[in-house]
Design a protein around this ligand. Structure first.
Ligand code: GLN
Length: 209
């Protein structure tokens, strides 16, 4: 936290823009960056570890989790990101990003960042329902329901005690929060609705709420 003239953080400094990284090795990172800018945050595209410096939070976008994982390893991003999340940096994974955050992937595939106490099924909604949009009730953001876009979406099959369910669809868990870590099966960056990005920015400001 910044201090001005030796004083503790004031309401003035709270108004300063948050600096939020968007992992930009593969997938839908531009859409997240645009959303963040709309909400007044500074979006930083993270392609190399030096881009992680001074971030207030990080988004892992949707795309293809195997490619995102491979590129993160190639660019030596895994350990630095894991370290920052371990120190309390808020993180928000959407779709493939949820898979990248998970401690376990069904089917025995190696996990990527392994920073959330959840197990995921990578392709849970079947071929007929590869992509769809549905109105989801998400009590944490209030009404109306959120217009959620699912694209070959994963879902959560198991979770630890510290994990809270934010949303379910068809009896499956599609949104969770574990303290400063947030993960969704769908793509909030593809909807007009900004509430889930705002929810993440609020969490970045107040990680303990
Ligand atoms: N099922 C994809 C994967 O395993 C994720 C799809 C998405 O991010 N839209 O990576």
């Amino acid at each position: 936290m910044t201090e001005h003239h030796g004083q503790a953080q004031t309401d003035d400094s709270r108004a300063s823009a948050l600096k939020i990284g968007v992992l930009a090795v593969q997938g839908a990172f531009q859409e997240h960056a645009r959303k963040l800018e709309t909400l007044g945050a500074d979006a930083v595209l993270v392609k190399r570890k030096q881009h992680l410096e001074g971030l207030d939070g990080l988004i892992i976008p949707g795309g293809e989790s195997t490619s995102i994982g491979r590129l993160m390893r190639e660019y030596d991003l895994v350990e630095p990101i894991r370290g920052l999340v371990g120190e309390g940096m808020p993180v928000f994974g959407t779709c493939a990003g949820m898979i990248v955050l998970a401690n376990r992937i069904q089917g025995g595939e190696q996990p990527h960042l392994a920073v959330m106490d959840v197990e995921v099924n990578r392709n849970s909604f079947g071929r007929q329902r590869d992509s769809f949009e549905t109105d989801l009730d998400i009590p944490a953001i209030g009404s109306p329901p959120f217009p959620a876009v699912f694209i070959r979406a994963p879902h959560i099959t198991q979770m630890g005690e510290g994990v809270e369910v934010l949303a379910t669809y068809d009896g499956r868990i599609v949104g969770v929060r574990q303290g400063h870590r947030l993960a969704l099966s769908f793509h909030p960056e593809l909807s007009e609705d900004n509430r889930l990005h705002q929810y993440f920015l609020d969490l970045v400001r107040n990680p303990r709420t």
